[in-house]
Design a protein around this ligand. Structure first.
Ligand SMILES: Cc1ncc(COP(=O)(O)O)c(C=O)c1O
Length: 359
């Protein structure tokens, strides 16, 4: 078990970890200098310690730690990026903190304080500043996590938790850049749910992802970029892909995205795309169930949103072994440009979503 009495201290890091070749970045892990951790104990007041910044490295855990058997862990993903003039900007990171709390509460884990989250995320960016890629080359991806770490043999609620935040410079999620994939993503629609009705789908919980790896890997081998899951009970309505929310622009000009429920993760990019489409681009937007049949028949454009992908168009959906193509991507392109322009500080963000990390 990690020692809980480690004094809180700020480490002067004198790391020799080289920064990566910015031109060869992919969406894969590479080490940075500093990580953050904070211990929580529900029997204490306050529950959470002040947290500390440590050189990136292995952590020691008991094999009996609850999350090792029972998957009591939740996580987040967000990115910091550079503006043209070299400033470092974070996008809606407080919302990631709020979602981490909601995810933790679903698993009866203590919510990590919002302000402490915001401060730790900003400090991790600051301390790993040399790993934030130059503008246009990629982003510094942050991975905050919370795990139940007490020894636990039987299934039940836990009292001791660990929050860890590490970071990694990343490039595009796909090896091909968007410009080289004008046709958009190739998606296989599956007659199954990603998660169970009444389950943990609205939480970013470890267990939601493990089972999907084999499914997505199987279809990736057959040349698809990802899979699209349907609502688990009726197997009729669109939910989301392995790691992104879905929007359908109908031929009548209305943009539709499925409403949030227990099978859909409340994506921060989803909310950003929805608000930008409605309030900035003046598009009529609806959150309502949309069947795969309606989407296939009536879609002008289909696209996905997520931190890794931002906004990516779907060029092809294969459903029941029939292929449907979507040639247009005008709204997707406008949304991508608009949101990227906020994230990179090119345009003033009208929603107050962007925060500069002062060095
Ligand atoms: C299942 C799932 N849906 C949607 C998203 C998109 O969410 P966000 O836009 O907050 O990255 C993610 C990524 O976190 C995800 O894992």
């Amino acid at each position: 078990m990690l020692k809980q009495d480690t004094p809180t201290h700020i480490l002067a890091v004198n790391s020799r970890t080289p920064t990566p070749d910015w031109d060869k970045l992919s969406f894969s892990f590479s080490e940075t200098d500093v990580m953050y951790r904070s211990f929580g104990d529900q029997t204490q007041d306050p529950i959470w310690d002040e947290g500390e910044y440590l050189p990136f490295g292995a952590i020691e855990l008991s094999p009996a730690a609850a999350f090792m058997s029972y998957g009591l862990g939740v996580f987040e993903g967000l990115k910091a990026q550079r503006s043209d003039d070299g400033r470092i900007l974070l996008f809606r990171h407080r919302d990631n903190g709020l979602r981490l709390q909601k995810s933790a509460e679903r698993l009866l884990m203590a919510p990590f304080p919002e302000d402490q989250f915001v401060e730790a995320v900003e400090e991790i960016v600051r301390r790993n500043e040399r790993f934030v890629p130059p503008k246009g080359k990629g982003t510094l991806y942050l991975r905050p996590m919370e795990h139940a770490i007490e020894n636990k043999l039987g299934l039940g609620p836990c009292e001791k938790f660990l929050v860890t935040i590490y970071s990694s410079p990343v490039g595009s999620y796909f090896s091909l850049k968007a410009a080289e994939m004008p046709k958009g993503l190739r998606i296989r629609c599956l007659e199954q749910g990603r998660v169970a009705p009444g389950g943990t789908g609205f939480a970013k919980a470890m267990g939601n992802y493990a089972g999907g790896i084999t499914i997505a890997a199987n279809w990736r081998e057959k040349g698809f970029d990802d899979v699209l899951y349907l609502e688990a009970h009726h197997k009729k309505y669109i939910t989301e892909t392995s790691g992104s929310n879905v929007f359908v622009l109908l031929k009548n000009g209305t943009l539709v995205t499925p409403p949030l429920d227990d099978q859909i993760l409340p994506g921060i990019t989803r909310d950003s795309a929805y608000q930008t489409a409605k309030d900035v681009l003046g598009v009529k937007c609806e959150q309502r169930p949309i069947s795969i049949d309606e989407a296939i028949e009536d879609a002008e454009e289909i696209f996905c949103t997520g931190t890794a992908w931002t906004v990516r168009n779907i060029g092809e959906i294969v459903h029941h072994d029939k292929t449907y193509t979507f040639e247009k991507n005008d709204l997707q392109t406008s949304l991508l440009q608009e949101i990227l322009s906020y994230q990179t500080g090119e345009k003033e963000d009208p929603f107050g979503w962007v925060k500069e990390v002062k060095l």
